[in-house]
Design a protein around this ligand. Sequence first.
Ligand code: ZN
Ligand code: ZN
Length: 385
Amino acid sequence: MEHHSYMVGVRRHLHRNPEVSFYEFDTTEFICRELEKMGLKPERPLETGCVALIEGSKQGKTIALRADIDALAMEEEGEIKAEFTSQKTGAAHCCGHDAHTANLLGAARILCDLKDQIEGRVVLVFQPAEEKLPGGARMITRSGILQKYGVDEIYGLHTSPGYTPGEVAVKPGAFMACTVEFEAELIGKGGHAAAPHHSVDPVVMAAQAVTAFQTVVSRSTDPNEPAVLTVGKIEGGSAHNIIPERVKLKGTVRAFSMETAREIKKRMEAILEGVAVAAGGSYTFHFDEGYPAVVNDENCTTRLIQVAHELLGEEQVITMKNPLMAGEDFAFYQQEFPGAFFFLGSGSDEADSRWSWHHPRYNVDEKALITGACMLAGLILIRPI
Ligand SMILES: [Zn+2]
Ligand SMILES: [Zn+2]
């Protein structure tokens, strides 16, 4: 209970003082101070965020536990959060990373108290910039600090409004999608709307491209592998009687492997080229690979489920049928180390916390912090079967 009120205090402090991706300076100072109070020596491999090591008393594996610490560039809403609402304009913890940080600090306190029971070592990763490319996880992984500690496995969690406090949800294999952002421009020749024969109309080219894009997932990718291609924004034109010079298409591709995403890219490029050649225009195409897919290691997932069963009871542990098409930069760790990511139920009517991630009213039922800290500490303290 003492740990719970500590975590609630931390979460509310961070919630009041959110900092957006790559600017988590005060947040990092705060976390470092808390870790130092526990007798730990945080290291800072990047400008923001930190990593700390807890040495156990016996030999064993080195397990990394990760929390992301950044807030979103947005304004928040919701009366229930009035007591600890964001004090900053243009920044708010509407993805629960305040709770993730509080959870990992809570777990760290439990683990420091029970150090003599730890077999192996624990690497606490307070990662910046989950919300923004290139992704803090990619930068931490590239910094080499986790390799230096010889991390054997890594675990992480995300609060989820879809499950209630006390519940966790997990699944082996594909868990969250890889996320790609694309931008295409169709370039024609502007002119008078009444004289299309003297123009090359990029509006028509864009319409053809958007329609043909619909065949990419339906005709060119493996039906057993989920994928999405969405054009989310069309920009072009200025008036009803002008054929514009160019039209921009912006959108996202989601898949469960970068190979599939790259196949989709090839098909999109072929369509753009075909449309442009047929119309007598041209095109540009940028395809920015964002985060890879979160794919949970079988053994790590089995371990996670074992710990969850022991701590929470079988009925509280949900095995998800399908992965989510949303992305997470935790995927970068999994490219280097076996790991598993899970959802921590945080949705309830009392806490008005059933709103989706990134909604201005997004909130976390703070009861979830107990489950989260127990799970993280349990992964270290509970003996494998
Ligand atoms: Zn988010
Ligand atoms: Zn998030």
